[in-house]
Design a protein around this ligand. Structure first.
Ligand SMILES: [Fe+2]
Length: 360
């Protein structure tokens, strides 16, 4: 039995890995399986006593059925993450990987017949130009493949969640929003920035955590990354954030559109599959709305792409765009404004500097 260079002890997971970057005809090869809802790089643990070069050739052959030749060592990757599924669930993961660029064969044909964790592993050629549309790890691959490189690069990725918090740090949240906007550009990006600004300011004056409020406001519409959908952006955002282990954000993706916790009151098209609708309904049922849910609902109702809007004006604008606005939802938004004004002891528009704030 070969011995993998790695260990699992308590909740610590370490692995020394060799991985391959295989590019053919504008596409890069990733692996996937029916257990995990994301793609991952071709490669695996280096065996004890094995060189990284031998390991990558062996792994590539095991996964693709093809003897690829190595072109050069491209990236040394230090990867810190915390997974929320599979064998690494809730573990502190630390991985060192050497990425080798393999020589192109001029064909995408493979003879793959590989299995992982008892399920079949499939090979996917993902178009490099569209890589950010996929949940594919490592996340550096998209940028790396779209620029020129000389020599070996050292990349560090830190996707650990701050202890006890199920939301990303501020900088990571900003990066996620930028990446999402590049997939689906539109005014929703700056709308999100305005919501984040309002959430942060109101939270600071209401005895809540301003950092958390900012991140939740910034990512509440992150589901729009996956295209122009109405109700679909709710389930897309929820699933995406759950994959990254950001449960607190996933929750906001669900609750921000439903201050009544009632899916039938959604303002917009019902463009979800049966499965997605069930996901939203069941998720909402299980949640008892808290002040963060209420805060982002309020901020969503005053956040414009150009800055903070008058609540009535913004709701009227939405009503005109979609043809209707549920009266109860409308009234609840006004109640939310009063609720937070009470907590702050200050007028909402003064608190968020409505006349001067501009998103950037
Ligand atoms: Fe929004």
């Amino acid at each position: 039995m070969e011995f993998n260079c790695g260990f699992i002890e308590d909740n610590r997971w370490f692995r020394y890995r060799a991985a391959a970057i295989i590019v053919e005809d504008g596409c890069v090869l990733f692996a996937g399986n029916e257990k995990d809802d994301y793609f991952y790089s071709i490669g695996g643990a280096v065996h004890m006593g094995e060189t990284a070069e031998d390991a990558v050739r062996r792994e590539v052959f095991e996964e693709t059925g093809i003897h690829y030749e190595i072109d050069h060592l491209a990236v040394i990757h230090e990867n810190f993450f915390k997974d929320n599924m599979g064998i690494q669930k809730d573990m502190d993961c630390h991985e060192i990987a050497l990425y080798f660029v393999m020589k192109s064969r001029g064909t995408k044909e493979l003879k793959s017949n590989s299995f992982t964790q008892g399920v079949r592993e499939n090979m996917y050629w993902l178009p490099i130009a569209e890589l950010s549309k996929y949940r594919a790890f490592p996340s550096f691959m998209k940028e790396y493949l779209q620029s020129e490189h000389a020599g070996v690069e050292h990349i560090v990725t830190d996707e650990r969640i701050k202890e006890g918090y199920k939301y990303p740090l501020r900088e990571e949240a900003e990066r996620l929003l930028k990446e999402a906007e590049s997939c689906n550009p539109g005014p929703w990006g700056n709308h999100s920035r305005t919501a984040a600004h309002c959430a942060e300011t109101i939270a600071a004056k209401s005895g809540m955590n301003p950092e958390k409020a900012y991140v939740l406001g910034l990512l509440h519409d992150i589901g729009r990354k996956f295209g122009k959908r109405h109700l679909g952006h709710v389930s897309d955002g929820y699933s995406y954030m759950m994959t990254l282990g950001y449960d607190d954000v996933a929750r906001i993706c669900l609750t921000h559109s439903f201050n009544e916790k009632d899916i039938s009151k959604y303002v917009g098209n019902f463009d979800t599959t049966e499965e997605e609708t069930a996901l939203i309904e069941e998720g909402l049922k299980a949640i008892e709305l808290d002040d963060y849910d209420r805060l982002i609902q309020l901020c969503d109702s005053i956040a414009g792409a150009e800055g903070v809007m008058d609540q009535i004006e913004r709701m009227t604008d939405v009503k005109i765009r979609y043809g209707a606005y549920d009266q109860e939802k409308w009234d609840t938004n006004i109640t939310l404004r009063e609720y937070f004004e009470d907590l702050m002891g200050e007028d909402l528009y003064v608190a968020v500097d409505k006349d001067n704030y501009k998103p950037e």
